[in-house]
Write a protein that binds this ligand. Structure first.
Ligand code: SAH
Ligand code: SF4
Length: 419
């Protein structure tokens, strides 16, 4: 999501005549796109700013964007601690960045805009020039914000309430991306399953994006409480939707899930996974899991280990719970850091073995690979479930789909040959 936001920032600046520069010391303008979902990302920003200050040209413009600036008091703190920052702009009015650059150049007066505009459906969606940077893959926002208020999460506070883009805007974007040759489109939203625009829900939107043209359609992120059996059926029947879903579970313990305000139990979660596997036995699955949520006991943690063992995710994003000011979990009894560290180490080790086993079991299978890079006759691409595959071919190139028989697996990397 943040990479896509950086593409929007680059697009705005390109439409004002700026071009990308490889080193901060040569740049006329430097933009730092920030994230505050976890504390580690946030502390890094101040370190980066210190380094940029010593490197940058004296008159280079320095701007800070992204959700970190949107926390109460954060923009003021940043302006005070780093007076050399010229523009601070939040997540709601990103489309105004170009105007603020012009304004700063003409007046030399610092600009801070972290105003919220909850009712404006488009907000940063009004950015028309997006400098897409990821080869054959393009991202399309279908909605902004989140209404779920999971007790650990800062997103609803810094990105506001849920706002959905219109079906027409989304289908127009996707059509034009396909015409430009993009082969994989990923629909973005904090909770895509609650998409609703007039009488069109998420499944309805997916149906509208079905075409005879060959491409890969993905979406993230899905909230387990909102995925429906209908979604599984539409995916199973679709010619374009990847047989892959990212379904963050966060914890395997019912007590913790309740304290997180996730609104599902582990059994309901297993039920959702079964409903996908019933109609797509080989579906790829990934998830986000957190350890060290306030009050998490050894038994709660064991239930998380048990859950990942049962589900067997192809890919797992694992996090240590991080306190976020203003969220309910920040006021709950906290765990020692050493406990959290030990738990994440165990989780990573267990998942490593699961991923290895999945890769090994892929040997001998035929997978559809979308090629994203090619060098010296070697093609690099990904399967529907995001596994990296390497194979050799003279005729197949970037943007092609190829049926590849997997011949060997080294950890998560697969090698194969053209069928
Ligand atoms: N809307 C998505 C993703 C939100 S942020 C969802 O609901 O899944 C991405 C991931 O960051 C979350 O899934 C969660 O695992 C993690 N995360 C969010 N807040 C966190 C916190 N305070 N500490 C640690 N990880 C967090
Ligand atoms: Fe955060 Fe929960 Fe919303 Fe995801 S669904 S963005 S974790 S509040």
């Amino acid at each position: 999501m943040n990479v896509h936001e950086s593409e929007k920032i680059a697009g705005i600046l390109q439409s004002r005549g700026y071009t990308e520069c490889c080193e901060a010391e040569y740049a006329d303008m430097i933009v730092l796109n920030t994230c505050c979902v976890r504390e580690t990302a946030e502390t890094k920003i101040y370190g980066h700013l210190g380094r940029i200050k010593s490197k940058k040209k004296r008159d280079a413009i320095l701007a800070v964007c992204g959700c970190m600036t949107q926390q109460p008091g954060a923009a003021e703190k940043l302006a005070k601690r780093c007076p050399f920052v010229d523009i601070i702009i939040g997540t709601f009015n990103l489309s105004l960045l170009g105007d603020y650059v012009d304004e700063f150049i003409h007046t030399g007066v610092k600009v801070i805009d972290v105003r919220r505009s909850e009712n404006d459906v488009n907000t940063d969606g009004t950015v028309r020039n997006i400098a897409r940077s990821s080869g054959i893959n393009a991202w399309v926002n279908i909605m902004y914000g989140c209404d779920n208020f999971c007790t650990y999460c800062i997103v609803p506070y810094v990105r506001g309430r849920e706002r959905c883009r219109s079906v027409d805007d989304i289908t127009t974007d996707v059509d034009s991306l396909l015409k430009s040759g993009y082969k994989q489109i990923t629909l973005l939203g904090q909770n895509v399953n609650s998409y609703k625009y007039k009488d069109v829900n998420f499944v309805g939107l997916l149906k509208k994006l079905e075409t005879d043209k060959k491409y890969r359609l993905k979406f993230m992120t899905s909230h387990p409480k909102d995925v429906s059996p209908e979604l599984a059926e539409v995916m199973a029947d679709s010619k374009v939707l990847s047989k892959y879903i990212h379904l963050p579970v966060q914890s395997g313990s019912d007590r913790i899930l309740q304290a997180m305000n996730r609104n599902y139990t582990r059994n309901e979660y297993f039920g959702k996974i079964d409903s996908f596997r019933r109609v797509m036995p080989d579906i790829g699955l990934s998830s986000d899991v957190m350890v060290g949520f306030p009050t998490e006991t050894e038994d709660d943690f064991r239930q998380t280990l048990d859950l990942i063992e049962r589900v067997k995710y192809n890919n797992l994003f694992m996090f240590i719970y991080s306190r976020r000011s203003g969220t309910p979990a920040d006021k709950m009894p906290q765990l020692e850091y050493s406990v959290k560290q030990r738990r994440i180490d165990t989780l990573i080790k267990n998942q490593f073995e699961i991923s290895k086993e999945i890769s090994k079991n892929t040997v001998g299978r035929v997978c559809e690979v979308l090629v994203s890079d090619k060098k010296d006759g070697k093609c690099y691409g990904k399967t529907e479930s995001d596994a990296a595959v390497t194979f050799t071919s003279d005729s197949i190139g970037v943007g092609d789909f190829a049926n590849i028989k997997i011949t060997s697996a080294k950890n998560a990397n697969l090698s194969g040959e053209v069928v």
